[in-house]
Design a protein around this ligand. Structure first.
Ligand SMILES: Cc1cc2nc3c(=O)[nH]c(=O)nc-3n(C[C@H](O)[C@H](O)[C@H](O)COP(=O)(O)OP(=O)(O)OC[C@H]3O[C@@H](n4cnc5c(N)ncnc54)[C@H](O)[C@@H]3O)c2cc1C
Length: 376
């Protein structure tokens, strides 16, 4: 192996690996550098949910295209990724939420998504034993899904290795520039790798990596905790999302039956940290038990945390920068796994051909960040 490639990707999460894989498919030699091990970042800490219910045309489009890629992934990567379409159900516990979902469903249906607003009786049929206290109905999309992030990343990495290399334990500490263009990167162990294109896909560390070349990227990390329980007999199939202030979201792993879930803390916990709290375990137990009483006494077997990578408007950043050859692909705002396959494909088109098959200007680095993604 020599130290020269067509593209260097920084970051071995879903975004770096999907982007690297799609660039390799175009015949480019890709070197992917990861400071720890593949999936060490947010990707290995996510719960594997994949949905298409978003609030803007572009995010719905990206999510629907991503779903198509997840469907074909086992064949494309030559290995199972535990993909299962069990749906997503967003519960409405207020008239306000109901109105929001009904409005969004109109937009989502107009784009061909198989989503509908369902009644309490329908919810009781697909989630046996759910508490109907304050429940009005829910937005249900049966084609939403789950998959295993470790297997997806592994499959993409195998694809990159066919014509390039995946290099763990290589922390990029310098990005070298000459005449306004990137030329190479240098790692913590003082090796230099050369390429005319460098992609910053460092997840919660995108901002820090961009600072190496004095570029400010508005991506801030937020801590999110998660847990998984012992396996129990399967009795529901979808991700259940309760968006109340003290709500939560969880699904049942389709193969083993464990409950895996999170909630979004209010107020949020800013900064990158991998700490965990007893409060989360206690609250998560209370919140899931309130929704489905039979989940009250299940044993938790593990808890962990990781970072969401937040932009001010809740949308990703996929763009070039003022330094020729230096690209940013990040800021997935907690949706990086589900959006990853399509983001990787869009990034590869943008980098290799300078254009994408549809307009992604909303993902520009220098945009007006005033609008907001509602389905966060
Ligand atoms: C608890 C939790 C649950 C989640 N659940 C879901 C879910 O159900 N569905 C979903 O779609 N998303 C979910 N997410 C969000 C999702 O995990 C992220 O959006 C996604 O993984 C981001 O991928 P990434 O590749 O951009 O970042 P990462 O996976 O963080 O990858 C970036 C990598 O870059 C590496 N790196 C950083 N700096 C350097 C450097 N200087 N040199 C070399 N390498 C470097 C890091 O080590 C890291 O491995 C969840 C997140 C959390 C924390």
């Amino acid at each position: 192996m020599n130290n020269t490639s067509d593209v260097i990707v920084i970051g071995g999460g879903i975004i770096g690996c999907a982007t690297g894989f799609c660039l390799s498919k175009k015949g480019l030699k890709v070197y992917l550098l990861e400071k720890d091990y593949l999936t060490a970042g947010s990707t290995g800490r996510c719960i594997g949910g994949i949905r298409q219910q978003f609030s803007t045309r572009l995010s719905i489009k990206v999510a629907m295209e991503s779903m198509k890629k997840f469907k074909d992934m086992a064949e494309e990567l030559g290995q199972d990724v535990e993909f299962h379409q069990g749906g997503y159900l967003f519960l409405a516990h207020s008239e306000d939420k109901k109105a929001t979902y009904l409005k969004l469903i109109e937009l989502q249906q107009s784009m061909g998504l198989d989503v509908e607003y369902i009644s309490i009786d329908d919810i009781k049929k697909i989630v046996p034993g759910i508490s109907t206290d304050d429940l009005l109905g829910g937005a249900y999309c049966p084609s939403d899904a789950q998959a295993n992030p470790f297997l997806c990343v592994d499959g993409y990495a195998k694809g990159i290795r066919k014509n390039g290399a995946v290099l763990p334990c290589k922390e990029v500490t310098r990005i070298n520039i000459k005449g306004g263009k990137v030329t190479s990167i240098t790692t913590k162990d003082n090796e230099t790798y050369y390429a005319p294109v460098i992609v910053n896909a460092a997840g919660p560390f995108v901002k820090k990596v961009a600072q190496l070349v004095d570029i400010d990227v508005p991506i801030e990390a937020e801590r999110h905790e998660s847990l998984i329980t012992e396996p129990i007999e399967r009795f529901f199939d979808m991700m259940i999302v309760d968006y109340r202030d003290d709500g939560c979201y969880f699904n049942q792993k389709w193969d083993k039956g464990s409950i895996i879930g999170c909630y979004t803390p209010k107020p949020n916990v800013p900064g990158h940290s991998l700490g965990t709290s007893f409060e989360f375990v206690r609250e998560m137990g209370r919140r899931t038990g309130r929704l489905i009483p039979r989940l009250t006494n299940i044993k938790i077997i593990r808890q962990w945390s990781g970072s969401y990578e937040m932009t001010p408007d809740g949308n990703p950043i996929l763009d070039k920068t003022d330094i020729q050859g230096f690209y940013i692909v990040g800021g997935m705002c907690g949706h990086g796994f589900m959006l990853g396959p399509e983001i990787g494909s869009l990034a590869a088109d943008f980098i290799a051909e300078g254009k994408t098959s549809y307009d992604i200007s909303t993902f520009a680095l220098k945009r007006d960040y005033a609008s907001k993604e509602v389905m966060k």
